[in-house]
Unconditional design. Structure first.
Length: 278
């Protein structure tokens, strides 16, 4: 009998500990503007004609009635560049880092062999201000600039009447939002980093903790944006069951996966197909 009680006590303590570690915020009133939308990953691009994170990709998404996910980097002059990678090598053929450029220097580069330039966030926001379609803004922190990046992005978005939320792989960005801008819907991006070899030079234990959402206790996210193929994760399942957290799945690349995600009540970030076609 004593052994049974001890097991029950341990289970209760572990459950309480998990509940504290995996804490999520529920019931943000802003969700009414973000749900019922599908989000085009880096804009509704169509390579090689329409490159990712280009003004053409964002205009195409708006024409089709989609919200968009986009990526933001802070440059050395304080401007915000809309580009995924830290380097221009993959998308613009130049082995330079976005953070080392000014807006004037960035303007000389073209995306993926097209005439499309790398836009600034201030160029993208007016498109969505007019359309009233929502944005998922991913904060791409580099070299410890998480606070400066998050603050600069908030200041910029405040100048426009756009519908949006923010997300990041870096929990320090979410921590800043929790402390300074609790009005903004914030989301933790994650995946099983060790499975995919992502995470750069970070120690394995850190990647394991991030993949299992153990920083939630510090950030209290409104949603979890998790890689679709990794969605059967214990920590994510715990957040869904006990906090009813909104899940966002990335990157959805076919209709079958889209239907599975949406049937589970998840929002989708998609690319490579037209989700409107039946």
């Amino acid at each position: 009998m004593l052994a049974v009680l001890l097991v029950v006590l341990i289970a209760v303590v572990l459950g309480e500990l998990l509940s504290l570690l995996l804490l999520c915020r529920r019931g943000h009133s802003y969700w009414k503007y973000l749900r019922d939308n599908r989000y085009a990953h880096r804009g509704y691009h169509d390579k090689p004609r329409i490159p990712e994170n280009s003004l053409a990709a964002f205009r195409r998404a708006i024409e089709c009635g989609f919200g968009c996910e986009l990526d933001v980097h802070l440059m050395k002059d304080g401007h915000l560049a809309v580009i995924h990678d830290a380097s221009l090598k993959r998308t613009a053929g130049a082995d330079v880092l976005v953070e080392d450029l000014t807006a004037e220097e960035l303007a000389q580069y073209r995306l993926e062999g097209t005439e499309e330039h790398i836009p600034l966030l201030e160029e993208v926001l007016p498109l969505f201000e007019r359309s009233r379609l929502p944005l998922v803004i991913e904060l791409k922190a580099e070299r410890g600039n998480h606070n400066a990046l998050t603050e600069a992005t908030c200041r910029m978005v405040d100048d426009y009447r756009v519908l949006y939320c923010m997300e990041s792989f870096d929990p320090r960005c979410l921590r800043w939002l929790k402390k300074n801008r609790p009005d903004i819907v914030r989301g933790q991006l994650s995946e099983q980093f060790l499975r995919h070899g992502d995470g750069g030079k970070m120690p394995g234990i850190v990647l394991w903790a991030l993949g299992n959402l153990l920083t939630n206790c510090l950030t209290k996210p409104d949603f979890i944006a998790y890689r679709f193929s990794d969605r059967n994760n214990f920590a994510l399942n715990w957040c869904r069951r006990f906090y009813k957290v909104q899940e966002v799945n990335w990157t959805i690349k076919n209709k079958e996966d889209m239907r599975a995600a949406e049937q589970a009540g998840n929002l989708v970030i998609f690319e490579g197909f037209d989700p409107r076609e039946e």
